[in-house]
Design a protein around this ligand. Structure first.
Ligand code: G6P
Length: 619
């Protein structure tokens, strides 16, 4: 959460800082700020609200060096005083700092700094960093050294950008357990910095990813000299970090003709799933190598599966449990990462620990993986959408979903691509275990080939779901029902609705209705049911009868032939034929579209729902 951009250039960097923040706004959007250094003149602009407020506050300002930040509050309320950059100003020296992450020992550092005469203007953990650097800069002639001295006192996670009025044409950035990367340009006219590549690709595709502990010192000898970068370790020794060319382009992160990123990302699902499956559908058969070079040796050792994830990624794990047990015959448990990381569990040998994450930076998922490893779990696999993420680096085996950047806070294409990846994994494990016949394998690959077209066909029903949405606008509560492998889809539908429309939504396995939730059902409670034409269709129909008998209005997303006819109080939208094992991947899309249109109709900011953030990098 939170986003950082910074730059030193021959040109004015303020337009880049504002545009970069706009790209990162999805990571945090309660306040924003920037600080620029021109010669020794340090100037700061901050605004509560969106980046456009900051743009107005800093209109007309130009500078060759700056740091900027968009915030998602962790320590301290959403106020201008708590917005970054934080400043330490005393004895004619001014230091400004932007920070992502959490300084765990901020309380004790704050106390000690107060005793040494520093006055705090915010409730944030970040402000201690500004004062520590300020203090250290009084004791050493170099900002880089001062930052190192300050960092030696910090505990926690951080990506930092720092400027000081004593150090014209100098920008110091550092990384510890929070992503940070540099963007390099030809002829060394500029160096850009960001916490996420999407903020850099408008300028350059040549990136250098900093590693934990790294500090980069970006300087210019004079206004017209090249901008140079020196990457150092915690002792100040130079490090070599290779540059890479990202495949991410400006178009990938551009909204294009869409009204919202969520709309764009829902529409991209056929392409994203096709890209994720690309290497497989071309080939006639599946191989462990899809999951990393070690997979061939490790997969035969797998006797059970433990899946750890948060939010929507957790729901994809719940769906995968059905596949892994049914098709591969592997006992599977799925746990919320934030719970598992603090639980004393029994580590069983032969467990494949799968972490699933769109961002690969979710703090709880990373900690859960570390917890599993500390318990001796050796077989680790991550399914993730960001190749350079911390999660990918922390696992032995990996599979990259190729959804492209997901910017809308409500996850859509990340979910469907995760499901595609988990289905592939199931097939590969089933094959390794000798329980997938060549015929079944060929049939499964054939159905995967058809999946993007099937998704595209579901998307064409959008106007029908938009019409349903109008009936939800005034509602305060909604119930989602599903059975079997579609009960996690009902959970995902309820999550989508609550996070962007703010309607209280709960999901139940339909068979559980009589054990409580039926008491809630009346004419004011819309009930959304996922009704595939599978072996549970009959049972689901009885559950829906029970609801109808209590006056509840049903909104049923049904496969053709599911046997649910529209009638008074029963709205039905039919999808295509039952898609077999892949059915959950199709059935979630209508629920995404419904949530999107309900949120729009209620006048909400669909991409940036209140109180949430895209990537939860703090506990
Ligand atoms: C946040 C996002 C969700 C996401 C969850 C896990 O809550 O708003 O959309 O599902 O984090 O994120 P991850 O990046 O680990 O999938």
């Amino acid at each position: 959460m939170c986003g950082i951009v910074a730059a030193l250039s021959h040109h004015d960097v303020v337009p880049f800082l504002i545009e970069g923040l706009r790209r990162l706004e999805y990571r945090g959007y309660d306040s924003a700020g920037l600080a620029t250094l021109t010669g020794q003149h340090l100037q700061r602009f901050r605004a509560v609200g969106r980046v456009k407020e900051l743009e107005e506050a800093s209109a007309g300002h130009a500078a060759p060096l700056g740091i900027a930040h968009t915030r998602w509050a962790t320590h301290g309320a959403v106020t201008q005083d708590n917005a970054h950059p934080h400043r330490s100003e005393r004895d004619g020296r001014s230091v400004c700092v932007v920070h992502n992450g959490i300084i765990e020992n901020h309380a004790e550092l704050r106390e000690a700094l107060r005793e040494r005469g520093y006055v705090f203007a915010s409730q944030t953990d970040t402000e201690v960093v500004a004062h520590l650097v300020h203090e250290a800069r009084g004791r050493t002639a170099s900002l880089a050294e001062a930052v190192r001295m300050a960092r030696a006192q910090l505990r926690g996670a951080y990506a930092l950008g720092i400027v000081c009025s004593d150090d014209p044409r100098t920008l110091v950035v550092a990384r510890q357990a929070a992503p940070l990367m540099l963007g390099l340009t030809a002829h060394q006219q500029s160096v850009f910095v960001a916490s996420d590549a999407s903020a850099l690709v408008s300028q350059t595709q040549t990136l250098v990813y900093l590693e934990d502990g790294d500090q980069a010192v970006i300087t210019q000898v004079s206004e017209s000299s090249p901008v140079v970068v020196r990457i150092e370790d915690m002792q100040g020794a130079a490090l070599v970090r290779e540059s890479t060319t990202t495949s991410l382009t400006h178009d990938d992160v551009d909204l294009g003709p869409y009204a919202h990123y969520m709309q764009k990302e829902m529409a991209e699902q056929p392409g994203a799933v096709a890209a994720t499956l690309e290497t497989v559908v071309g080939a006639g058969s599946l191989a462990p190598g899809l999951f990393g070079s070690e997979a061939e040796g490790l997969f035969p050792q797998v006797q059970r599966v433990l899946i750890l994830a948060c939010g929507t990624s957790y729901h994809s794990g719940l769906v995968a449990r059905y596949w892994l047990e049914d098709i591969a015959g592997l006992p599977t448990s799925v746990e919320i990462a934030s719970e598992y990381r603090y639980r004393k569990s029994v580590a069983e040998p032969g467990t494949l620990v799968i972490t699933i994450s769109q961002s690969g930076e979710t703090a709880d998922t990373l900690a859960a993986l570390e917890h599993a490893k500390a318990q001796g779990q050796q077989l680790t696999l991550s399914i993730c959408n960001v190749p350079e993420s911390s999660l990918i680096r922390a696992s032995r085996l990996r599979f990259l979903t190729r959804a492209g950047p997901e910017i809308g806070v409500a996850s859509t294409k990340a979910f469907t691509t995760q499901l595609a990846a988990l289905y592939l994994l199931t097939l590969v494990l089933a094959k390794v275990r000798g329980v997938l016949s060549p015929g079944a394998e060929a049939e499964a690959i054939q159905s995967l080939r058809h999946l993007p077209a099937a998704l595209a066909s579901v998307l064409t029903a959008e106007p029908e779901f938009q019409a349903w949405a109008a009936e939800f606008v005034e509602k305060e509560h909604a119930l989602f029902l599903g059975r079997g492998i579609h009960s996690p889809i009902a959970m995902e539908g309820a999550l989508k609705l609550k996070e962007i429309s703010y309607i209280h939504a709960e999901a139940y396995a339909a068979g559980e209705l009589k054990h409580g939730p039926l008491a809630l059902v009346d004419a004011n409670m819309p009930i959304v049911a996922v009704a595939p034409n599978d072996q549970l269709a009959e049972k689901l129909r009885s559950n829906l009868e029970e609801v109808r008998a209590r006056g509840g209005v049903l909104y049923v997303v049904a496969d053709q032939g599911a046997g649910i006819e529209p009638s008074d109080g029963v709205r039905v939208i039919e999808l295509g034929d039952h898609a077999g094992a892949l059915s959950p991947i199709l059935h979630v899309v209508p629920l995404q579209m419904l949530a999107y249109h309900v949120a729009l109709a209620r006048g909400h900011d669909v991409d940036k729902p209140r109180n949430l953030a895209k990537s939860v990098t703090v506990e």
